[in-house]
Design a protein around this ligand. Structure first.
Ligand SMILES: *Cc1c(COP(=O)(O)O)cnc(C)c1O
Length: 391
């Protein structure tokens, strides 16, 4: 996900002021005194690595999600990697993941020598099509691979179909890792993201719903043993003391400075989530009769990392350009299915193919989305979309 260019916060939206795709400056302006204080505190105590803010943030993240353990880490990618490392995933193992997601999802599987198996996604939610999981499992078996896990992705901020994915995984002795890099703060049937499957990984990359000012992430789990193993992996595989190394680990820590920043951002996160939901509802109300707007199944809530519409494949790029000409920035997440990427083209694909995951990259268009998108600016965006689509 790209971080937008820095745009000054918009107090009043004038007809010509630039529109931010994600406006991080407006959020910063809101909490700047608190951030300054928090950063100064870290500079004063000087514990840049595993300082007191790291533990404080972990307690707050655990409370926020309801997960037993929250372990902060250096990025969302490392969060995913550490779960797979802790479970001993490696050569000969298959991990099923959606074909339509960010590169980091299959990357951590491949880094360990295991094989990502690409599964079909749903047309309406962009998430894993749970009904197509048997086809993906069969693809893994035909290659002689041992299916170990499903990595479900909560794309664009909406939880995947866990009610179907979790029982399927249990039946086939697979564990489930939730790639919640885009969905931290969302909920699924009364439960918060962070509490599904064996473990949940999230990212605090600046443009994610809860972002820091650099790289960061966290893993959530209720499993005490897994949590211990991941804490060890995070510190180069340490055992009882720093120089007792019991496994191969990584340098996977979150900086104290980023933890201090995240504590301040978490304090306003609930309010920001409500703002995101209001903004998404406004988009849907004004665009629903014109384009395919995102579908949120009953009982789910999205945190709207992206608000993504679908356009006919042949029209999408023209619409994108016409919107840019009208000063409306948009983005395509993601321009290709993973099965089409050079690095992953030899990976197994679900036996009945991934037609939807091949088509969506040509149809999707994400509109500006952040909690500080004021009504007047949003109206400029929706008017521009209407104008472009009518002509
Ligand atoms: C951003 C993202 C990641 C990786 O997070 P980083 O913090 O950038 O490493 C993984 N999966 C998905 C779906 C993402 O959007």
């Amino acid at each position: 996900m790209a971080v937008s260019k820095r745009v000054e916060p918009q107090t009043a939206s004038s007809a010509n002021s630039p529109i931010a795709f994600i406006d991080l400056a407006a959020q910063q302006a809101r909490i700047r005194p608190n951030l300054d204080r928090a950063i100064k505190k870290v500079l004063d105590h000087g514990q840049y690595i595993m300082g007191p803010e790291v533990g404080e943030l972990e307690r707050k993240l655990a409370a926020f999600t309801g997960a037993r353990h929250a372990i902060t880490v250096s990025s969302g990618t490392d969060a995913l990697l550490m779960v797979l490392m802790a479970k001993g995933v490696g050569r000969g193992d298959a991990v099923i993941c959606p074909a339509f997601t960010y590169t980091a999802t299959p990357e951590c599987i491949a880094l360990l020598g295991a094989t990502p198996v690409f599964a079909e996604v749903r047309e309406d939610t962009f998430n894993l099509d749970a009904n197509a999981l048997p086809d993906a499992l069969e693809a893994a078996r035909r290659q002689g691979l041992k299916p170990r896990a499903i990595m479900a992705v909560d794309l664009f901020g909406q939880p995947a179909d866990y009610d179907t994915i979790l029982p399927f995984a249990r039946e086939h002795d697979l564990f489930v890792v939730s790639d919640a890099a885009q969905s931290f703060g969302a909920a699924y049937k009364g439960r918060n993201v962070g509490t599904f499957g064996l473990a949940t990984a999230t990212s605090f990359f600046p443009a994610k719903p809860l972002g820091c000012y650099g790289d960061g992430g966290a893993v959530f789990t209720d499993d005490d043993k897994l949590a211990d193993t991941m804490r060890s992996i995070r510190l180069h595989g340490k055992g009882d003391d720093k120089y007792d190394i019991v496994r191969v680990g990584i340098n996977g820590r979150l900086d104290t400075m980023q933890a201090a920043i995240l504590i301040e951002k978490l304090a306003i996160f609930d309010d920001e989530i409500r703002a995101r939901q209001r903004i998404a509802e406004r988009y849907t109300r004004s665009l629903d009769n014109l384009v395919a707007t995102p579908h949120v199944p009953d009982g789910l809530s999205s945190v709207w990392a992206q608000y993504t519409i679908k356009l006919p494949a042949g029209k999408r790029d023209g619409v994108m350009k016409a919107l840019a000409d009208r000063g409306v920035p948009t983005a395509v997440y993601y321009p290709r299915g993973l099965q089409e990427q050079t690095a992953y083209k030899d990976c197994p694909v679900s036996i009945r193919g991934v037609e939807v995951a091949t088509r969506l990259p040509r149809e999707v268009l994400s509109l500006p989305m952040h909690p500080y998108l004021d009504e007047a600016t949003q109206q400029r965006i929706t008017e521009a979309v209407k104008d472009v689509l009518m002509h």
